[in-house]
Ligand binder design. Structure first.
Ligand SMILES: Cc1cc2nc3c(=O)[nH]c(=O)nc-3n(C[C@H](O)[C@H](O)[C@H](O)COP(=O)(O)OP(=O)(O)OC[C@H]3O[C@@H](n4cnc5c(N)ncnc54)[C@H](O)[C@@H]3O)c2cc1C
Length: 383
């Protein structure tokens, strides 16, 4: 049986991102096997991220969609924040999958198999055996994995961001096209944090989502009901056509998802901890992690770990915020509103991307009412 140089198990955002950078590198001729149970042809999600210009991986064959302003709305108070040099970019996942797949197809040394992964196990020091449900087993020198095969993957129960979104078309002008609404808190919920998210494509089409931070399982029907009521009562939209639906559960935790400890099985994507614990944004950090992995693969003289490591102080800020989200959820709307009201949008987004300096963070955090942060510090807990 041949041994592949690299096997990528799970060809979603992280698997495809890694392939994108790898196929542009001196490693492009390696023997590579890709396995996913989906052929990745459907549009199954929408990714947004902020940056000064579109990332090199941003699909090029479709129109560039972005917003220059974002809104945070708490009850009737609306903060509109100009993003300065930043833009809030939008990617339709099918555009991303198609473009990266086209690139992969140009390489005869890369094989794709559509199958379910059953297990991954390291044999000795230098080989991993990947078992599939229908195509037998394969050996790889290194496996890059985004599939949580062993459950549970964290020690204690975690907060999740559970959401459902509809891209709708309504009659007439229902949306203000110039700004995306990151968070609309129509009312204060004392038990769990919840908000609505609006990405207007034009005056009559937008992706509208309802998000709940919860440790519990929530039925899709309940989330959809909330969305329907919001559209009717808050946006005044009774009649609409649903053009696209998406839903998901994104983990919000600073705990590690160490599915496999073996050194030749390398976690990528959400499994590697690329999700920012306090916001759920993952796309941008997946890009950084993929490039970091590639640099380490090219570096011959070091003992690479390939791990995605967050700076300790950002994990600390995340825990402070998650502590508030879990214990005093009614405080979150005010915190986010104040953050964007008292600081420039670009500064807040740099902080959320973990690209701010310590002094910028002190300035930003110093602009907020600190009572609730002291309370969270006194009851500090890792989430
Ligand atoms: C609807 C939605 C919207 C999101 N929007 C944003 C956003 O706007 N911005 C942002 O930063 N983040 C967003 N995220 C979070 C994050 O960016 C995505 O979840 C991202 O896709 C995570 O990448 P991944 O590679 O870890 O997982 P995935 O992209 O889910 O990839 C995992 C792959 O593994 C495959 N797979 C799973 N199990 C098996 C198995 N047993 N055998 C074979 N294949 C298997 C799946 O088919 C999939 O292709 C969103 C998430 C969702 C669900």
């Amino acid at each position: 049986m041949i041994t592949y140089d690299f096997i990528v198990t799970g060809l979603g955002c992280a698997g495809m991102s890694l392939m994108y950078y790898l196929l542009d590198s001196p490693l492009k001729d390696k023997k590579i096997l890709l396995i996913d149970y989906s052929s990745k042809s459907k549009n199954d999600r929408t990714w947004c991220y902020w940056a000064e210009k579109p990332l090199p991986i941003h699909p090029k064959n479709s129109p560039l969609v972005y917003w220059e302003n974002i809104n945070i709305v708490k009850a009737e108070e609306k903060i509109q924040s100009k993003l300065g040099d930043y833009k809030y970019f939008h990617i339709k996942s099918s555009d991303f999958y198609n473009e990266v797949s086209e690139k992969i197809k140009k390489f005869p040394n890369v094989t794709f198999i559509k199958d379910h992964i059953a297990s991954l196990d390291q044999i000795g020091n230098d080989k991993v055996i990947v078992k599939t449900e229908n195509n037998g087993s394969f050996y790889g020198s290194k496996v890059f994995n985004s599939i949580p095969l062993d459950q549970p993957t964290t020690k204690k129960s975690i907060l999740n961001q559970t959401f459902v979104g509809w891209k709708i078309k309504c009659k007439g002008a229902c949306f203000e096209k110039s700004s995306a609404t990151l968070m609309h808190f129509p009312e204060i919920n004392r038990n769990e944090s919840e908000f609505f998210y609006i990405l207007p494509y034009n005056e009559s089409e937008a992706l509208v989502e309802y998000t709940l931070y919860t440790k519990n399982k929530v039925s899709t029907e309940l989330l959809e009901k909330k969305l329907e009521v919001y559209l009717k009562n808050n946006l005044g939209i009774d009649e609409f056509e649903i053009l696209f639906e998406e839903s998901g559960t994104i983990p919000m935790t600073t705990q590690k998802f160490e599915a496999k400890k073996e050194s030749n099985i390398i976690s990528i994507g959400t499994l590697a901890g690329c999700t920012k614990p306090s916001t759920g944004y993952t796309f941008y950090d997946i890009q950084k992690h993929s490039q970091q992995i590639l640099n380490q693969l090219l570096e011959e003289n070091i003992q690479p770990k390939y791990k995605w490591i967050r700076k300790k102080r950002f994990s600390f800020y995340d825990n402070i915020l998650l502590n508030i989200a879990v214990k005093w959820p009614s405080e979150l709307p005010r915190i986010f509103k104040e953050m964007f009201e008292k600081n420039q949008g670009q500064q807040v987004l740099r902080f959320l991307n973990e690209e701010s300096s310590f002094w910028e963070e002190l300035k930003l955090l110093g602009s907020l009412k600190y009572g609730i942060f002291i309370k969270s510090l006194l009851h500090y807990e890792k989430h």
